[in-house]
Write a protein that binds this ligand. Structure first.
Ligand code: UDP
Length: 386
């Protein structure tokens, strides 16, 4: 439990979590003159965006690769106060037995898969033959979404087994939105994301988060686990609380635990090896127990004689990383959301829930930054300044 040395007051804000949601809100309110206490149970800032130098001196993304991209110039400009950028070389390939194909699905993918060239017309013809549902059909699950958009062959070879490995469920049991994250391109653009701005903080994510949180009004408490009982005791000292932890945990699992998917990482270092693979990410839908192999040096562009790779294994156990794209889980979340709404509607010392775990939503990093940025600015307007 935290110790408090400052005066109680109505200009203090409590933020739980120093990831994108918490750090952004903390900075916006600190800039407006509020005192902000930020707590994180981990010994570091940046949430799952955290990057660190490994024992060989290679900068790695400790919780899996984070590819910053956004369509929002406003967000980019806001973050540019805290970092310089390097361009994001975000290229992903999938190993389909003896072939290596670029993702997301584009003309280049089927060309690599079939070893022959396609025109736009012949690619569209191929898709038409492969597709199992009409364009206006509303896909009910991830299998139907794939069969409707890219058709049988690409579903079988690229999506089906990867999805089973990643989620521990068959695609026909999962929400269609999960595979719909991967676009279809009727061109040869092989960049993984589609957003306008694709870039990476020049000195890493951790440094960027440290800069966001470096403010005389922000009081950062790391390695401090604040549970809901603590928050209820502390909340009266604060104007409001912004909570970005897991929502089911906050409500003591009243309706039972929500399911999350976790990851396990197997790091390997190769001395005197510039690069291990040709791109930052290689997916393995049909072979190995791991889903993907990430060599982040491709995007950090670090100059080093060696390289570090990370094999990612999906896991039911461990820290919560992804909300499960299951209808039942979404319904369970909606029950928790009603409790959260009651907390945030309280006239005094409300608690607001924001972020991937607090909203049980598969946000990308930029979505969370932007959500927190917009929410904090709106909240400031309602407060009318200090
Ligand atoms: N996916 C797949 N095969 C791939 C890549 C992705 O089946 O080679 C599916 C899988 O269900 C995955 C989803 O698409 O969970 C979203 O992929 P994304 O790359 O966005 O996942 P993330 O990087 O967020 O783990």
């Amino acid at each position: 439990m935290a110790k408090f040395t400052r005066d109680l007051g109505s200009y203090k804000i409590l933020v739980i979590g120093a990831g994108p949601a918490g750090a952004t809100a903390a900075r916006i309110f600190a800039d407006a003159g509020y005192e902000v206490d930020v707590f994180d149970q981990r010994p570091h800032v940046a949430g799952n965006c955290f990057d660190r130098y490994d024992e060989h001196g290679i900068l790695v993304h400790a919780y899996g690769p984070h590819y910053f991209r956004t369509n929002s110039k406003e967000l980019l400009d806001w973050l540019t106060q805290f970092t310089e950028w390097i361009s994001g070389e975000y290229y992903v390939e999938a190993k389909i037995f003896e072939r290596t194909v670029p993702l997301p699905i584009s003309i280049a993918t089927v060309e690599a898969l079939h070893g022959k060239s396609y025109s736009e017309e012949s690619f569209l013809e191929y898709l038409k033959k492969q597709r199992k549902f009409e364009e206006n059909y509303v896909a009910q699950n991830a299998e139907e979404q794939c069969l409707q958009l890219v058709g049988s062959e690409l579903y079988e070879k690229i999506f089906k087994n990867y999805t089973i490995k990643q989620w521990g469920h068959h695609p026909r049991d999962l929400r269609p939105e999960v595979t719909a994250r991967i676009p279809l391109r009727i061109n040869r653009d092989t960049r993984y994301p589609s957003e306008t701005y694709q870039c990476l903080p020049k000195d890493g994510y951790t440094q960027m988060f440290q800069n966001i949180l470096l403010h005389p009004n922000i009081h950062l408490h790391l390695s401090e686990k604040i549970n809901s009982q603590d928050i209820h005791k502390m909340r009266t000292q604060y104007l409001f609380t912004m909570y970005s932890g897991a929502i089911d945990e906050f409500f003591d699992y009243t309706y039972g635990p929500l399911k999350y998917r976790s990851l396990k990482f197997n790091w390997k270092h190769f001395a005197n090896t510039s690069f291990y693979q040709s791109r930052v990410q290689m997916n393995f839908p049909n072979e190995h127990e791991f889903t993907r192999c990430v060599e982040i040096k491709h995007v950090t562009k670090q100059s080093h004689s060696g390289t570090t790779i990370c094999l990612e294994y999906s896991s039911e156990e461990g820290e919560p990383y992804y909300p499960m794209p299951l209808t039942k889980q979404e319904q369970l979340y909606q029950k928790y959301k009603l409790l959260a709404d009651q907390e945030s509607l309280k006239a005094e010392h409300p608690i607001y829930f924001l972020g991937r775990l607090a909203e049980y939503k598969y946000y990308n990093m930029d979505h969370i930054f932007l959500r927190s940025l917009n929410w904090s600015k709106e909240k400031l307007n309602t407060l009318g300044g200090k």
